[in-house]
Design a protein around this ligand. Sequence first.
Ligand SMILES: [Zn+2]
Length: 174
Amino acid sequence: MNKKGHVLNAILLALGLGVILTVDPRSFEPTADSAFLLAQKIGQLSLPVVLGALFPDVDTAFGKHRKTLHNLPVLAIFLVFPLVFGNLQFVWIGVATHYVLDMVGSKRGIALFYPLSPQEYDLPTGVATSSKHADAVTVVVTVAELGVLAGIHYYLFSLDVSLADAAASFTAVV
Ligand SMILES: [Zn+2]
């Protein structure tokens, strides 16, 4: 997927995730307060998610594209960093959604286990990044991601806590 696709994906994801995290459909009442909280959450999410979504393609300039910064060890660094240093929260969401979009939405896969293995993994759903359907595919992938995230948030554990709390409540579930 090209940069435009990744930015579109990240912005839509930040908007949708902002709604998922602030609007509980079971008890939501539209007030000035709730509108403010929603805008605040979307603001908090959008910049780190967009930055994270742009980060992996830095490997077009150095290293090997779709390998050096397109793998699970890099994602793990972005997951652990906020726990250790207390900043860069939410950037991992952008990195993760970049991987999903490259695997699901484009023809070429990514080397998930690089540098252990150079093998690129892909799903047969992708279109060429130059395809006129690329934006539509990006939107469909984003909606599917939001569905999964909403399911996790409402039924498994709250995503709107520090990742340490999320990890703790996840271990409590399993
Ligand atoms: Zn990429």
